[in-house]
Write a protein that binds this ligand. Structure first.
Ligand SMILES: [Zn+2]
Length: 124
């Protein structure tokens, strides 16, 4: 028998015995238990999210305006999307060989190589 069933049974016994004040206290207790249970579920979800974020922060480093996986060097991932919304979004180079890449989600454009775009010299 669960806690709620036990409380419900106790409430029914009190109701049948005409102990309305005690009956109401048990109903309030049941209501409080439901609220606490909801709160615990919400805190568990928040805790899992924070653990996941902490794990990502441990596994990735910020370098050249982006996040990269520490071991595999997988990346680059958008720093804005991760810092603001905790999503790892892969950014895409504008064209082959480009030092700039764009996030398909937030449209941020960053230099992900740390190398400046080559200067185009015009013949005189
Ligand atoms: Zn982004």
């Amino acid at each position: 028998m669960g806690l709620y069933d036990a409380a419900k049974d106790a409430a029914n016994i009190l109701k049948e015995a005409g102990k309305i004040n005690e009956y109401q206290k048990i109903l309030d207790l049941i209501d409080d238990l439901f609220n606490k249970r909801e709160e615990i579920e919400k805190l568990k979800a928040e805790n899992n999210q924070l653990k996941e974020e902490a794990k990502i922060k441990e596994e990735y480093i910020f370098k050249n305006n982006c996040y990269w996986h520490k071991e595999s060097n997988d990346g680059p991932f958008c720093s804005r999307c991760f810092d603001k919304e905790k999503h790892l979004i892969r950014i895409i180079p504008r064209r082959p060989g480009s030092n700039n890449a764009k996030c398909p989600e937030c449209k941020s454009l960053v230099n992900y190589t740390g190398i400046n775009e080559s200067v185009v010299f015009r013949p005189i």
